[in-house]
Ligand binder design. Structure first.
Ligand code: FAD
Length: 468
């Protein structure tokens, strides 16, 4: 009987255990994506990027003799309808780890089993299932380095090959039209501006991985921090939607390490940061929505959208490196990792604003938005996370600029004001922003919303005067 392959954040054909199981079950395979309320709740950019990913993957499935069926509504209802329409005997999918998805998937599995359907979930999103890594005392790892030590020598199966052709049914069930879902509707910043920065789909991700391993990984250890360089893999947006698997990246990294390429170990460690984020999210789901260290609930974060917060979002704090990074985010849907650390430190420390404000803004803007990495990153910066920066570490954005953008190439790429002939990237920002922001490059570059030394002093006082 047919197998329904319920796709979610696994838009690839290679190294896909659920797809492999579906293809070897002996019947036709019916891939489906369901637009449920969890998809509805996505931020503007991640939703738009998902729409692009779905259109692309539908073509990849068609090239493999298959089809992507689109359905809208509650997941269980949609799956039951498809089972009834197709006579499918089984449903399989790749596991997700955030609490909403876990709750939904558990309920779906139990209900389908009650219906007599063989419902099965598979790994593939992560290398190390969160429940398989525990400390000697049992329980989760709260600090990254011991987590890394616990997993670094684990055997990770080689990636599975993509199936040649996917067995198809004689007749296909009906499908929604992707355009009707209007996945880009909330993208009120110019999607046209962001689009050239997207690297869409499995083939592009594999090409990017190949080029990174061939040309960049050797210098990755140094170049990954240079803001103006394209020195990292750039694979986060593909990993976020499963257009490439972490396994595939890991194996490429292992091979590079074996060949003696110096940056390979650092790259492997970064991939494990992503695993660690999911480990934390699975064991302590509260990390996604509130202070991981609950005593931080008493910290006097500013939770309002103040003028300073608006200027942070709009890349107009008057602090060059902060603004450059915020504009990069707006134009490309991505931000350099060092930029993320700096703008997060600035928002939570210099502006004493709640990290949730920043988390939500990133969720709105990032095309590589990942619930676990984003939450972990923000709580790391704010100091409320399990493995966080010490409270007295307040990044100095000017010092960071001098160190990681010494020739100001990054700042000039993104800040038009004051430049006689600004580069297109810097001008793009003014095309990308909503008109309601009322911004133009002729407005001149603003004075700092808070002087850096004043902000730093205020932050240290607040952190030192904590009552917990
Ligand atoms: P590379 O340097 O090439 O690293 C390879 C891969 O390792 C990345 O693609 C990513 O999957 C993983 N990785 C690297 N650094 C981290 C990290 N610090 N935490 C978790 N995984 C990591 N990453 C996201 O994918 N989505 C997010 O929403 C996100 N939000 C963040 C918010 C803040 C405040 C901070 C400080 C970091 C955030 N990160 C997030 C982590 C990191 O900035 C990005 O993963 C990285 O910049 C992606 O670029 P890359 O693919 O070129 O990474």
């Amino acid at each position: 009987s047919p197998v329904i392959l319920w796709l979610r954040r696994d838009l690839r054909l290679g190294d896909h255990p659920a797809l492999r199981a579906a293809c070897t079950a002996g019947g036709p395979v019916i891939p489906v994506f369901i637009h449920d309320d969890q998809v509805e709740a996505l931020g503007a950019a991640p939703k738009w990027r998902l729409g692009l990913g779905l259109a692309h993957h539908a073509q990849a499935l068609a090239d493999a003799g298959s089809r992507l069926i689109l359905r809208r509504g509650e997941a269980l209802t949609a799956l039951r309808e498809l089972v009834a329409e197709t006579g499918a005997g089984s449903v399989c999918w790749t596991r997700a780890y955030d609490p909403d998805a876990v709750a939904r998937d558990k309920a779906v599995k139990a209900a389908l089993k009650e219906d007599g359907i063989d419902a099965r979930s598979f790994g593939g999103h992560l290398m190390f299932e969160p429940w398989t890594v525990e400390t000697k005392q049992g329980g989760l790892y709260k600090v990254y380095t011991p987590f890394w030590n616990a997993v670094k020598t684990r055997e990770v199966e080689p990636p599975l090959p993509a199936p040649g052709r996917i067995p198809a049914p004689d007749t296909w069930p009906a499908s929604d039209d992707l355009d009707d879902w209007r996945m880009g509707a909330a993208m009120n910043r110019g999607g046209d501006i962001v689009r050239p920065h997207v690297r869409l789909g499995e083939a592009a991700a594999q090409a990017r991985l190949g080029a990174f391993i061939a040309h960049k990984i050797s210098d990755y250890g140094q170049m990954r921090d240079v803001l103006a360089e394209d020195g990292t893999s750039g694979l986060s947006e593909n990993l976020a939607l499963g257009e490439i698997s972490a396994h595939q990246c890991w194996h490429a990294g292992l091979r590079a390490r074996h060949e003696g390429k110096p940056g390979a170990e650092t790259f492997l460690k970064e991939l494990v940061w992503r695993e660690f984020a999911y480990h934390l999210a699975w064991h302590t789901p509260r990390i996604l929505t509130g202070n991981w260290r609950e005593d931080w609930d008493a910290f006097p974060w500013n939770e309002d959208d103040t003028e300073a917060v608006t200027r942070w979002k709009q890349g107009r704090t008057g602090i060059e490196l902060v603004d450059a990074a915020m504009r990069e985010l707006y134009v490309t849907g991505r931000m350099h990792n060092r930029g993320r650390m700096i703008v997060a430190s600035y928002l939570t420390k210099h502006l004493l604003s709640h990290w949730r404000i920043g988390q939500k803004w990133f969720e709105h803007c990032l095309i590589d938005w990942d619930p676990a990495s984003n939450a972990m990153g923000w709580q790391w910066a704010a100091g409320s996370g399990p493995d966080a920066t010490p409270y007295f570490r307040v990044f100095n954005p000017d010092g960071q600029r001098d160190k990681f953008d010494p020739d100001r190439r990054y700042v000039r790429r993104w800040i038009a004001e004051g430049q006689g002939k600004p580069p297109q990237t810097a001008l793009d920002f003014f095309h990308a922003v909503p008109r309601t922001w009322g911004l133009s490059p002729d407005m001149g570059y603003p004075a700092p919303v808070v002087a850096l030394d004043v902000g730093r002093k205020r932050a240290l006082e607040a952190y030192e005067n904590r009552t917990f």
